[in-house]
Write a protein that binds this ligand. Sequence first.
Ligand code: GDP
Ligand code: IMO
Ligand code: MG
Length: 436
Amino acid sequence: MANIVIIGSQWGDEGKGKIVDLLTAEADVVVRYQGGANAGHTVVIGSHQYILHLMPSGILHPGKKCVIGNGVVIDPATLLEEMDGLESRGIGLGDSLMISKNAHVIMPWHKALDGAAEARRSGGSKIGTTGRGIGPCYAEKMERSGIRISDLVNPELLRAKVDQNVAEVNFLLARIYEMDGFDANQVFEEYAAYGKRLAPFAGDASLYLHTAKQAGKNILFEGAQGTMLDIDHGTYPFVTSSSSTAGGACTGAGFGPTHIDGVLGIVKAYTTRVGAGPFPTELLDKTGDLLQSRGREVGATTGRRRRCGWFDAVVVRYAARVNGLTGLCLTKLDVLDECEKIMICNAYKYKGEILREMPNEPHVFAACEPIYEVVPGWMAQTLGKTSMHDLPQAAQDYVKRLQDDIGVPFAMVSTGPDRDETIINFNPFSWQREVI
Ligand code: GDP
Ligand code: IMO
Ligand code: MG
């Protein structure tokens, strides 16, 4: 039995969906614990591609339980659309889904406020949010007036909360943003219908997980976003509004830290970021374009082009520290197949000073210049390889080099989007390690 947390070690989109799907073969329960439909997790199985926003990426394995924890902010319309989309593709949900009654609900005004706040921010201070209402929903939760799933599925409670919140939000929209408000009756009718459909899935997720643990089940916690987008540990204010580091799994699922057996960080063989904010190793040249096109780096949620750059070992060492990583999974190695030389950033230069650790101050990080070390590329195909020994020597050296720089072993190396295009060095569930 093992309970493993999967997190993004950079700025999101590291390939968490692929790895969660792969590891679900050995898990009994898969849990989303933070974020919302700002996430876009891609799973590729043969010629079929699935992009999951709220549904845990274990849903494609029949018979596994998928749990949406209390820390997630749920847009019911998006969730129902996702559920219907899966059913229409022959993925029956049956009783495989449980939604925490304590999870908060994204209401229409959260999306309106997300857009309005972004529109008011001037040039350099725009965050480039996904527009999914994430920040305003978490703000309302922290302010203690949010609407939870337990309210959504209870028409009486929902009515009272909608009336109260619409009055507040209409005042805010009119006075600050000069925008039209919402009609409480209309919102209630729409959301009560969502509540009716979701009611059979609502439950005590923390208790369910506790019982599963007691029964010796393997639980996989699926993080969304990535360490550098974490509200506390990321590049604030260019972050999301939840705890996307490993600790978020405990608070976002109601699961004790003493029951977590390992934390697996997913990391791309280069770096990407979507949205605004500092990114020291960003490449604004032909190499950046090459990574973008070979890696098909387009946002799975918003369709925006992802910014691309070289591997930043300072960022990933930081991720290893704040998440307590016990293993790493390197993804998209194949994207580098056409690079003659590859750069690795191991330190920054800031006003003539060498920094080897992530600076706390955002303005310092924004002014950091990467110090690169150059390693040879392999100029050969790694796509689809399933053994370290089949990789060209320079690719093996690159993987070993990153492992040494970060100081955490690679449990897996992914060489393509498909489930099968993966090198497994050791199984994170059994933690039986073969030295690579
Ligand atoms: P997530 O948000 O971390 O789940 O990642 P996304 O799904 O947003 O983005 C990762 C993208 O890379 C998806 O299109 C995956 O299908 C794809 N992908 C994952 N692993 C690999 C890999 O090893 N090689 C290649 N070429 N693509 C990969
Ligand atoms: P997955 O789970 C990459 C980014 C947005 C924006 C910032 C804040 O697929 O890795 P938000 O809508 O959350 O308030 O936006 O965070 N962002 C992501 N970037 N992958 C994600 O999720 C992201 N979720 C949010 O682009 O910069
Ligand atoms: Mg994504």
